[in-house]
Design a protein around this ligand. Structure first.
Ligand code: DGT
Ligand code: CA
Ligand code: CA
Ligand code: ZN
Length: 582
């Protein structure tokens, strides 16, 4: 059994025990062990075999035995028993933002709530407000949370979709009958979140490939099995969550048309078909042919051929939203989109000085490994105690440490001294100006009081980014994709202020956040705001999230020159210095 799956089971057990009102220490032991498994330095099976797992801090004796049992047998009767004691809809309630095990326990006991439907009915009838410890405000929050859950529904994050699709694509590509295979749909367009997975392959005989796919071990349920298409459910990353995956097979000479069609978006496809019709051609997922004479077909080996046949430059998947790409591609004026390899470094990364996992040295080594020339460390500021924000004294210690490291790098690499400085409630910053002046750059972010009225939040952020010490605005809306709505803010006003004060705005590349979204990012660029792509990395692995930020930039039509962190180190140093107030 995979380590991540075992961790999930331990987490679930901790949660069920919480819902049952078990002693908090016992519950926490399960959650802690799950965390430890997520951060395990080696392979779980090997660590069991060589005894090193027993040495790992944070896993007690009982839990150690349970992990070994799960890893070796794939089963745990204690877990099955707990699941059997829990109504099946109860854990799903945890997906409602703002509803935790304690609330579930109370509501279950007071109102016998067992499912989302029960919870909504109770909220709508006003029954939740009457439960001890709840009240009208909590009830309204819960109803809002249910609404949020419903609109985001069964969607998953891009990183989850990529992790699910990779082994499927491997299996399909490795099948001897397959010549080409690709993941299409929203995933290929790099949309923020993904509804279902669409995989396409070409082959002389799709049947054995489809049968093989339907029989893959990770398939939880086959929804439909036809001659050219199989739909299945794959287990998602949350308990009782399933993700649909459609696999379609076509002939090799149909592949380009099908790839284009199933990549979408739907709006793009409709416009593309209209364009074909305007040229007397009919386009569908299998062919491009004459309207009057369907036997006249235009063969296309790949998508580029198809676009050319309609007098278009090839349109990258990220731009296919019918949002101006046809005009640009028809005029030969598509931008040359920024690519992951264009990034020379990044800012807004955390180290173990605040809430990151890795040391400064490890983060720098990780960045160099990725071919970067510099790394900006922006640990949290003092008022964010929860994230171990740095006091002014600690900031000065960190500067000394960074100076020493930079001296060691001798110019071949550089760590920039940054801070992710909290924007306080009134829009002032968490450090005084004389301290801010000592950093190479300042990222300003909101981490508190998310529920402020829109006007107040907008004024707060504008005040912060108007401070000449602020180099860039961090995660502009504070949203967490699929789990926390953005705060209320007039982003257009923020963008205007950023342009006026020459403050950059970050694309937060964490797949859990991804703000600034592509639409506002495109607007910001049009107003002349410099965009910077930051991973908000809390570990070395987190630096890899930059790819998701590049996708947002591409969806926003950005070229290399529109992105600040594509310049070489010397130029970055110069431009940062020029942005510091005199
Ligand atoms: P998702 O799954 O909600 O994240 O979004 P998509 O874009 O992957 O949508 P999906 O899976 O329903 O369909 C995949 C692609 O197939 C879609 O992007 C465009 C194409 N497609 C699906 N339905 C239609 C349709 O009714 N008309 C046209 N023109 N294309 C369609
Ligand atoms: Ca899809
Ligand atoms: Ca689909
Ligand atoms: Zn951060």
């Amino acid at each position: 059994m995979e380590t991540a799956k075992i961790a999930q089971i331990l987490d679930d057990m901790g949660t069920i025990l919480e819902v049952q009102g078990e002693n908090p220490f016992r519950c926490r032991a399960y959650h802690n062990a799950a965390q430890v498994l997520h951060g395990l330095p080696g392979d779980l099976t090997e660590m069991i075999a060589d005894g090193s797992l027993a040495e790992v801090q944070g896993i007690g004796e009982t839990l150690y035995a349970k992990i070994v049992q799960l890893a070796t047998t794939g089963r745990l009767p204690a877990y099955e028993k707990l699941r059997a004691q829990t109504p099946p809809g109860l854990l799903a309630l945890l997906r409602v933002p703002g509803v935790g095990p304690k609330k579930i326990k109370a509501l279950h006991e007071a109102l016998d709530i067992q499912s989302l439907a029960d919870l909504r009915a109770a909220g709508e009838s006003g029954a939740i407000a009457k439960v001890k410890g709840f009240g009208a405000k909590t009830e309204a929050n819960i109803l809002e949370g249910i609404g949020f859950l419903e609109t985001t529904g069964g969607r998953i994050l891009q990183n989850e979709a990529l992790a699910l699709v990779a082994p499927i694509l491997d299996a399909v590509r490795n099948h001897p009958g397959v010549s080409r295979a690709e993941a299409c749909g929203s995933l290929r367009r790099r949309a923020e979140t993904i509804g279902d997975l669409d995989v396409l392959f070409s082959s002389k005989d799709p049947r054995p490939v489809l049968d093989h796919f339907a029989g893959l071990p990770q398939v939880a349920k086959v929804l439909g099995h036809g001659a050219t298409k199989v739909s299945v459910l794959l287990p998602g990353f949350k308990t009782d969550q399933f993700v649909q995956c459609d696999l379609r097979g076509v002939a090799d000479d149909q592949f380009a048309f099908a790839l284009h069609y199933f990549t979408g978006s739907k709006a793009h496809n409709i416009a593309m078909r209209k364009r074909a019709l305007a040229r007397g051609l009919s386009l569908n997922e299998y062919a491009l042919s004459g309207v009057k004479d369907p036997t006249k077909t235009i063969p296309c080996r790949d998508e580029a051929d198809l676009f050319r046949a309609l007098d278009l430059e090839p349109i990258p998947p990220e731009l296919r939203e019918d949002a101006g790409e046809f005009e640009a591609a028809g005029a030969g004026a598509l931008p040359r989109l920024v690519e992951p390899g264009d990034l020379t470094g990044t800012f807004h990364c955390h180290s173990d000085w605040s809430d990151g996992d890795a040391t400064l040295e490890e983060m720098a080594a990780g960045a160099r490994e990725l071919g970067m020339q510099y790394l900006g460390i922006g640990d949290h500021s003092r008022s964010l105690a929860m994230a171990r924000g740095l006091t002014i004294d600690r900031v000065r210690d960190q500067w000394a440490k960074i100076d020493a490291l930079n001296a060691r790098f001798g110019g071949s690499f550089r760590i920039f001294k940054g801070t992710e400085c909290d924007i306080l409630g009134d829009g002032s910053l968490d450090f005084p100006d004389d301290v801010l002046a000592g950093f190479d750059y300042v990222v300003a972010s909101v981490h508190s009081r998310f529920k402020m009225p829109r006007d107040e939040m907008t004024a707060r952020i504008i005040r912060a980014i108007s401070n000449p010490h602020v180099t860039m605005l961090g995660h502009a809306t504070g949203r967490l994709l699929l789990s926390r709505a953005p705060y209320e803010v007039d982003l257009d006003a923020v963008i205007d202020a950023a342009a006026e004060h020459r403050t950059m705005i970050e694309i937060n590349a964490s797949p859990y956040r991804l703000d600034l979204d592509a639409v506002h990012c495109r607007r910001a660029r049009k107003k002349g705001v410099a965009i910077v792509i930051n991973p908000d990395a809390h570990s070395v692995a987190g630096l890899g999230d930059l790819r998701y930020g590049v996708s947002v930039a591409r969806r926003a039509w950005l070229t290399k020159d529109d992105v600040f962190n594509t310049a070489p180190l010397a130029e970055i140093a110069e431009r940062l210095a020029s942005l510091r107030p005199r």
